[in-house]
Design a protein around this ligand. Structure first.
Ligand code: AMP
Ligand code: ZN
Length: 113
């Protein structure tokens, strides 16, 4: 089995608090929340980072954003939210399975630090 933390979460080998799941996507609460609502949304299939998005797998990224809209409705985030992808060392990526942070329920500063 892959040594990837988020692949293990998808497989249920590491516990998580699920907020959404479908055939292609899994979403769970971040263990170190940066906002009152902070979910991590991932394609179930392993893609290492935004740098590895291709014409063959980009449908999975579209599925992630379909999930964002569904979660925003189910969590009543009508005041707004931010979707963040950290890519690579300078981008602050620590888990090398592409993921999108969904942050909400506070006023989010812009530009980010
Ligand atoms: P990044 O720094 O963009 O790679 O984001 C990785 C995120 O995964 C961080 O916000 C971590 O808090 C979060 N994280 C790491 N391990 C877990 C876990 N076991 N369950 C939930 N979130 C996690
Ligand atoms: Zn993975």
């Amino acid at each position: 089995m892959s040594d990837c933390l988020f692949c293990k979460i998808v497989a249920g080998k590491i516990p998580s608090t699920k907020v959404y799941e479908d055939e292609f996507v899994y979403a769970f609460l971040d263990i170190a929340p940066q906002a009152p609502f902070h979910a991590v949304i991932i394609p179930k299939e392993h893609i290492g980072s935004a740098d590895e998005i291709t014409a063959q797998n980009s449908i999975l990224i579209a599925k992630v954003f379909e999930a964002v809209a569904k979660i925003a409705k189910s969590e009543n985030l009508e005041k707004g939210y931010r979707v963040v992808n950290n890519c690579g060392e300078d981008g602050g990526q620590t888990v090398h399975h592409i993921h999108f942070h969904l942050l909400a329920r506070r006023n989010l500063a812009w530009p980010p630090g």
